[in-house]
Design a protein around this ligand. Structure first.
Ligand code: SAM
Length: 202
């Protein structure tokens, strides 16, 4: 039996190469993360947000922020704390993760942070709705990402354990996929073992 980390890596590699395969893996991956949800935060190390924080220093005052694959909402909470004027939407495939995220959300952030069950491969969000889209250890679905990012918006990918993160996509692949879709500015950040890549259209 393949463990959750190897399964997540396998699905990531397969879906980034052939997004059409997602429908095969969607349910099994959701069940995997439903099972992990109650103990998820025990897996998160102190380095988790370090590279993401470096990348965010380059992103000034976003108003609408999307945290894709929000899990228990650790990143969504950090974003709401960093940008006190912003509204943050955290989306996750796993209902159990979203339940945890809602329970853990401090009441003072509740008016600005909304957690929703959803699939990053088929978002209900409008075109260009978000000034900032963040994916922390999350499988990218490039067409949807690009669709919901505002024309002058930013996308940040971060991997808490760099290329050892189970859900990991190499930076050259991210650049290539986004370059094909009109993104032209990239900046890489490292706070070992964490890495991040910031992408913009112009
Ligand atoms: C490795 S966890 C990371 C959670 C969180 N970003 C963090 O850093 O703690 C990946 C999360 O992405 C979610 N996920 C995977 N595929 C997804 C999809 N297509 N749409 C939305 N969420 C997805 C999983 O349910 C899981 O909660």
């Amino acid at each position: 039996m393949i463990g959750p980390q190897r399964f997540a890596r396998f699905v990531t590699d397969a879906v980034v190469r052939r997004p059409v395969l997602w429908h095969v893996f969607r349910r099994p991956l959701q069940r995997t993360f439903d099972r992990l949800a109650p103990t998820w935060e025990a897996r998160i190390g102190p380095h988790h947000l370090l590279a993401l924080e470096l990348a965010l220093e380059e992103v000034v005052s976003p108003v609408r922020i999307l945290d894709l694959g929000t899990g228990t909402g650790v990143v969504a909470q950090a974003l709401a704390g960093r940008y006190p004027e912003a509204e943050v939407v955290g989306i996750d495939l796993s209902p159990a993760m979203i339940e945890e995220a809602r329970e853990k959300l401090p009441p003072e952030l509740a008016p600005r942070v909304d957690f929703q069950v959803g699939d990053a491969a088929a978002l209900v969000s409008s075109d260009g709705e978000f000034d900032l889209v963040v994916l922390m250890n999350m499988i990218p679905f490039f067409d949807e990402l690009v669709r919901v990012a505002a024309p002058d918006g930013a996308i940040v990918f971060s991997y808490s354990r760099g290329d050892e993160t189970p859900i990991y996509v190499p930076a050259d692949r991210l650049r290539r996929e986004l370059g094909r879709r009109g993104f032209a500015q990239f900046a890489a950040f490292s706070a070992p073992p964490a890495t991040a890549l910031l992408a913009r259209r112009r």
